[in-house]
Write a protein that binds this ligand. Sequence first.
Ligand SMILES: NC(=O)c1ccc[n+]([C@@H]2O[C@H](COP(=O)([O-])OP(=O)(O)OC[C@H]3O[C@@H](n4cnc5c(N)ncnc54)[C@H](O)[C@@H]3O)[C@@H](O)[C@H]2O)c1
Length: 372
Amino acid sequence: MEEMVKRLQMFDGIYRGKKVFVTGHTGFKGAWLSEWLIALGADVTGYSDVIPPDPSLFRMLGLDHRLNHIVGDVRDASALADAMSSCEPDFIFHLAAQPLVRRSYLQPAETFQVNVMGTIQVMEAIRGLRRPTVGLLVTSDKCYENRECVNGYREEDPMGGFDPYSASKGCAELAISAWRRSFFQTGSIHRIASARAGNVIGGGDWADDRIVPDCVRALLRSEEVIIRRPDAVRPWQHVLEALSGYLQLGSMLSRNPLPASAYNFGPEIHSCKTVAELVAEVMNHWPGKWREVRDSLAPHEAGLLSLAIDKAVHQLRWRPVWNFKLTVEATVRWYRCVARDGLDAGDCTRADLERYCAAAHELGVEWAKVEG
Ligand SMILES: NC(=O)c1ccc[n+]([C@@H]2O[C@H](COP(=O)([O-])OP(=O)(O)OC[C@H]3O[C@@H](n4cnc5c(N)ncnc54)[C@H](O)[C@@H]3O)[C@@H](O)[C@H]2O)c1
């Protein structure tokens, strides 16, 4: 009971009793975000095209019965506008996307339609709302023109993208910037910002072609994990790190004269590790073997990617909470408990949330401060 009261006060208690509209709520990040928003006392409406096939974190958490679940496509302007206006949200978190680099090579047009036009339809629906709303539009660390440099990308660096997924996120950012300057500044009751997070890991992701789900699928079958790019460096972070950034940005935009713009939410620089280092750390917690398989015909993927987070640290007083080891430990524990040992996914997810919030509180992170 005491823990619940404390949780409701986090992010200055801003989400308590508020209406929050989440697109992509049935996905990996969306399910965690919905779970956290419910814990913060929000009234959540989710809008997604499908519930992913089992194993689905959304279903495991029973979220279809704990929020207002709407099935719809973000490209469907009128269905989206109807859903949003009947919700009358105080906050909108737009996560719906085709988020996979490899699939974007197979479905480039669809990736652009969902990621660019879907984001534009969300902004158009926001323009039609009569009550003030804060819109948080999620893009990606891959939106930057990747020059394979060791420095982390800053928010003002040029947008780009080699593959269709990355370019679609760069284009979504350009559209967000144009819509913000054209429609959401002087005289607008709405505020929109974009959020660029790193490679998130955490329990409950079952997507194809993502390294942690690939490891877990192989480990469950006692097979070798096959790795394509062991030397690729990524900014690994727990899903709760990205979400705490989104929630803090939403909270501060609703209360402060903070400039609505783009924010990076990445890990500390020493969490930018290679895929091989990530897999080795996973296997410290769930022993197994891995093997590199070079595929000369594999489509291009960025080699080196990291994010500078100074802007979020200074303007939002946000910061990463878990280091690389704690991030991997929490992630593997979730899969071991749920996928291997059959424990309840809801209990394990909420236990991670409690542990993460407690660690943030201990560190004195702004959003985790509570009275008493
Ligand atoms: N997972 C990562 O490492 C990562 C990193 C950076 C950015 N992101 C971004 O975060 C967001 C969420 O990613 P995720 O990992 O949870 O992805 P996910 O694939 O698990 O979830 C995607 C969600 O979007 C919904 N969706 C897809 N197409 C839709 C459409 N046309 N209409 C309505 N809903 C649709 C799906 O139903 C699902 O709910 C995406 O915007 C992604 O690009 C993810």
